[in-house]
Design a protein around this ligand. Structure first.
Ligand code: SF4
Length: 414
């Protein structure tokens, strides 16, 4: 059964379209929540940047942002945009001329930081040009580079109110030239600050919101921080597009975004959902290593199945009976099961490749087709190994009973 982790109804927003000849992406409205990432190459390096854009798209990014900090970067964009499989957003820094250059290059969207370009005349000029070309702009407020005047006004502190005021001020400039094709972000590296800023912003605008925890850092801490901020808001119905800002290969950002949205039931599953038992005294294999190898084997394969790697055949098939496909170790063998039913027995060192083979089979013939190909004797072999392991390990392979006795003795002795 499919549940949605979105506890609150999704906030109603206007829709903003990022143009692309074959893959236009709508952000906001009732469009699926989109995933973004950013290249870390020099944008002037056209082939290197395009290779990264393709890798990001393959990993699940719907939109890719490239820096446009210099003229050679803008010239690179002119070559990248027509060859990109997804809409390209230009990240404009302090030089407002780069916004015009990026528009000339044909980008699908600009990102402006109100803390970097502060001159209202320049901001309005850019908005006018974007309006004439039908190109949306993201107002990208960043806690770390807040407009210094607002920083002072709010007591020399970065506050949610200051960040929201920065976005509203930029919106007013845009409004003066009749431009409203806008999405907004109010990112901060501090998770509670970021959450509060987005909540306040959601109360005062119906523009779509781009969520992110900026400078989240390297995984795993960066992943946890970004997820804490993004998932909290998504569960409240806030957010239309997301980006993980990790100190890592940006492919990890795109994958993380995809995994989060799939895990929350907010995007259709596209890739493998690999589950694995935590391992315990019964484990017959190095579960961490086998799960890692399976992750690598399935990383770039678009197989929307839940696949389980379980450390023992005693409990594995039962604990993972809801998985589409799984494997449980027992006595130097891997016992493959489809929706809890044993279908094959393979040597222990072929567990991962067998998983890949059976996953392909399920994709081609469906679960029923795969079950129809179950090898005779697979269930009996699994049961025999289960019984043998139970005899070998006993009922209490994790020595829980011994620990319980020790706890009781410790308490009784005091
Ligand atoms: S009982 Fe088996 S499947 Fe469950 S955690 Fe232990 S090794 Fe893994």
């Amino acid at each position: 059964m499919q549940f949605s982790a979105g506890r609150a109804p999704r906030r109603a927003t206007r829709a903003v379209t990022l143009a692309h000849p074959s893959n236009p992406v709508v952000v906001g409205g009732d469009a699926p929540i989109s995933i973004q990432s950013m290249t870390i190459t020099k944008t002037a390096d056209v082939e290197g940047t395009l290779a990264q854009v393709y890798a990001l798209a393959a990993a699940g990014a719907d939109i890719v942002r490239c820096t446009c900090n210099r003229q050679d970067a803008a010239e690179g964009l002119a070559q990248i945009v027509p060859r990109s499989p997804v809409p390209i957003v230009a990240d404009v820094h302090n030089n407002h001329l780069m916004a015009f250059a990026a528009l000339e290059a044909g980008v699908a969207c600009l990102r402006l930081n109100p803390g970097n370009i502060t001159d209202p005349t320049k901001i309005k000029d850019i908005a006018r040009e974007a309006k004439d070309r039908g190109v949306p702009i993201r107002i990208g407020v960043n806690g770390g580079s807040l407009d210094s005047a607002l920083y002072e006004k709010h007591g020399g502190k970065v506050t949610p109110e200051a960040m929201v005021e920065s976005a509203e001020q930029e919106l007013r400039y845009f409004d003066e030239v009749g431009f409203d094709d806008v999405k907004i972000s109010v990112k901060a590296s501090n998770v509670p600050l970021m959450i509060e800023a987005y909540r306040q912003l959601a109360d005062v605008t119906d523009h779509p919101l781009h969520l992110g925890v900026t400078e989240a850092g390297p995984p795993p801490a960066g992943l946890v921080k970004a997820t804490a901020g993004i998932a909290t808001l998504l569960a409240e119905g806030i957010g239309d597009t997301i980006r993980y800002s990790l100190t890592a290969d940006p492919v990890e950002e795109a994958r993380a975004g995809r995994v989060l949205l799939e895990a929350m039931g907010l995007r259709e599953r596209k890739n493998v959902d690999l589950i694995a038992c935590p391992s315990c005294g019964r484990a017959e294999i190095d579960v961490i290593q086998v799960a890692k190898e399976a992750m690598e084997a399935f990383a770039d394969r678009q197989i929307p199945l839940q696949i389980a790697v379980m450390g023992c055949v005693v409990n594995g098939p039962g604990e993972a009976r809801d998985a589409d496909l799984g494997i449980a170790a027992g006595r130097k063998k891997g016992h493959l099961f489809v929706r809890g039913q044993n279908v094959a027995v393979v040597p222990e060192d072929e567990m991962v490749e067998s998983l890949v083979r059976w996953a392909d089979l399920i994709m081609e013939e469906g679960v029923d087709g795969a079950l129809g190909r179950a090898e005779s004797g697979a269930a009996e072999a699994a049961e025999a190994d289960r019984v043998a392991l139970l005899e070998e390990q006993g009922d209490d392979a994790n020595a829980s009973g011994v620990k319980v006795d020790l706890i009781r003795k410790t308490i009784a002795d005091h």
